[in-house]
Design a protein around this ligand. Structure first.
Ligand code: PLP
Length: 389
C-alpha cells in the first residue's frame, strides 16, 4: 500500500471540486470584490454565495452572521479579544484545561495583561463537570470559551447544556467548533445560546488559511483587525477570494457528506479501534467513547513509545501523529495529562483521524502493520531500522 493518511484532525485533503471552484478566482476572475464595476460585482456575488453555504452548514438563517477570517486561530482571537475589548467592566474568561493551544495562548496573554482566567478541569474520560462551570462565574465574567470537539481525543462537550448555564448569567458564549464542523450536525437556529462560533476551512476538505467566525446578531464585538469596511466592519482587509469560494464549496459538500461521516467513517474508526484493542495487548482508548466525533480515536499503547511507533508506521506509509500538529514535538499532551494520564502513558498515545477518503482495505492494513510493529517494539525490534536497512 502506497500511503494511508490518518491525520485528518491536523488537516484534510482538499476536495477536487473545491479546487476546481477556486481556480477561476486565482486566474481569470481576479477583480477586487469591492470594485463597483461588473467584474468586481461578479466576484462579490460568489463571496456572498460562499457565505450562504457556510450559513447553511451551521444552520443559521442569517448569512450576515458569518464573518470570513484567515482560519480557526484568527476567528478564536477575534471572538475572545473582541469580546473583552467591547466590555468595559468584565475582565474574566472561563475556559477549559483541554482547549486548543490557540485558545490557551490567548488566555495566557490576557492573564499577563491583568485579566483573570479560570481553566475548568475534565475527568478521566475528558468530560466537563457542569457544577464546576456554574461555580466559576463571577460578576466580571465576560466570556466562556469552550471547544465543541477535542482535537486530540474527539470528545464532544455538551454545548447546549453549557450554553443554557452560561446564558442564565448573561455571559457571552464562544464555541471553538474547528473539529466539529463537517463531522457532526450543527444547528445554530436551535442552539440559540451560542453567540460566537469558530471554524476552519482546512478541517473539512477546504483550503488552508481561511475560516469563519459566526457572530450572532446583537453580539457586542470589537474588530481585531482595523482597516477597510469589509465583512460588515468586523474584519478589515481585501478578502481571500479564492479561498473563501473554496471554503463555500467545501461547506456545500460537507452538508452532503455529513451522513457518510456519521455512518461509513464512524464504522471505519470503530473497526480500527476494535482491531487495535483485540490484536494488541495493553492498548486503551482515551476519552468517552459515546460522546465523540465520528472520525477520531486516541489510543495508548502501553510499553511502546509514540515516537518509535510513529516512525515505524511511517516506514510502512502510515501517517498520523501523537497529538495536536500545532504543538509539535513529543512532549506529553496537555489534554491527556488533564485527563489524568501519566506522562509516560501520554507519551505512548497516538491520535488517529479518519476522513471520507479512507477505505476498509486501508484500515485493515493499518491494523495488521500496527500489530506487527507493537509486537516488535515490545520485544525491542524497530521496524524503521529494518525497513531502511
Ligand atoms: N481549534 C482547534 C480545536 C483546532 O484543532 C485547530 C487546528 O488544529 C484550531 C483551533 C486552529 O485552526 P487553524 O489551523 O485554522 O488556525
Amino acid at each position: 500500500m502506497e500511503s494511508v493518511y490518518l491525520d485528518n484532525n491536523a488537516t484534510t485533503k482538499i476536495d477536487d471540486r473545491v479546487f476546481a471552484a477556486m481556480r477561476p478566482y486565482l486566474t481569470n476572475h481576479f477583480a477586487h470584490p469591492s470594485s463597483s464595476h461588473l467584474l468586481g460585482a461578479k466576484v462579490r456575488e460568489k463571496i456572498e454565495r460562499a457565505r450562504d453555504s457556510v450559513a447553511v452548514l451551521l444552520g443559521t438563517s442569517h448569512p450576515d452572521e458569518i464573518v470570513f477570517t484567515s482560519g480557526g486561530t484568527e476567528s478564536i482571537n477575534t471572538a475572545i479579544k473582541g469580546v473583552l475589548a467591547a466590555s468595559l467592566t468584565r475582565n474574566h474568561i472561563v475556559t477549559t484545561e483541554v482547549e486548543h493551544i490557540s485558545v490557551l495562548n490567548i488566555c495566557l496573554y490576557e492573564a499577563n495583561h491583568w485579566r483573570q482566567v479560570t481553566y475548568l478541569p475534565v475527568d478521566r474520560e475528558g468530560r466537563l463537570d457542569l457544577d464546576e462551570l456554574r461555580r466559576s462565574f463571577t460578576d466580571h465574567t465576560a466570556i466562556v470559551s469552550v471547544m465543541w470537539a477535542n482535537n486530540e481525543t474527539g470528545v464532544v462537550f455538551p454545548i447546549e447544556e453549557i450554553g443554557v448555564i452560561v446564558k442564565e448569567r448573561g455571559i457571552i458564549f464562544h464555541v471553538d467548533a474547528v473539529q466539529a464542523v463537517g463531522r457532526i450536525p450543527i444547528n445554530l437556529r436551535k442552539l440559540s445560546q451560542v453567540d460566537l462560533l469558530s471554524l476552519s476551512g482546512h478541517k473539512f476538505h477546504g483550503p488552508k488559511g481561511v475560516g469563519a467566525l459566526f457572530v450572532r446578531r446583537g453580539t457586542k464585538l470589537h474588530s481585531l483587525i482595523a482597516g477597510g469596511p469589509q465583512e460588515g466592519m468586523r474584519r478589515a482587509g481585501t478578502e481571500n477570494v479564492a479561498s473563501i469560494i473554496g471554503m463555500g464549496k467545501a461547506a456545500e459538500l460537507a452538508s452532503i457528506y455529513l451522513e457518510e461521516e456519521n455512518t461509513r467513517v464512524r464504522q471505519l474508526r470503530d473497526r480500527l479501534e476494535a482491531g487495535i484493542i483485540e490484536q494488541i495487548h495493553g492498548t486503551r482508548v482515551n476519552g468517552n467513547r459515546e460522546k465523540r466525533i465520528p472520525n477520531t480515536t486516541n489510543v495508548t499503547f502501553s510499553g511502546c513509545g509514540a515516537g518509535k511507533l510513529l516512525k515505524d508506521m511511517e516506514a510502512h506509509g502510515i501517517y498520523t501523529t501523537s497529538g495536536a500538529a500545532c504543538t509539535g514535538g513529543l512532549s506529553p499532551s496537555h489534554v491527556l495529562m488533564a485527563m489524568g494520564l501519566t506522562p509516560s502513558e501520554a507519551l505512548s498515545s497516538i491520535r488517529f483521524g479518519l476522513s471520507r477518503y479512507n477505505t476498509k482495505t486501508e484500515i485493515d492494513y493499518v491494523i495488521s502493520v500496527l500489530t506487527m510493529i507493537a509486537k516488535n517494539l515490545k520485544t525491542g525490534v524497530s521496524l524503521s531500522l529494518t525497513a531502511s536497512a
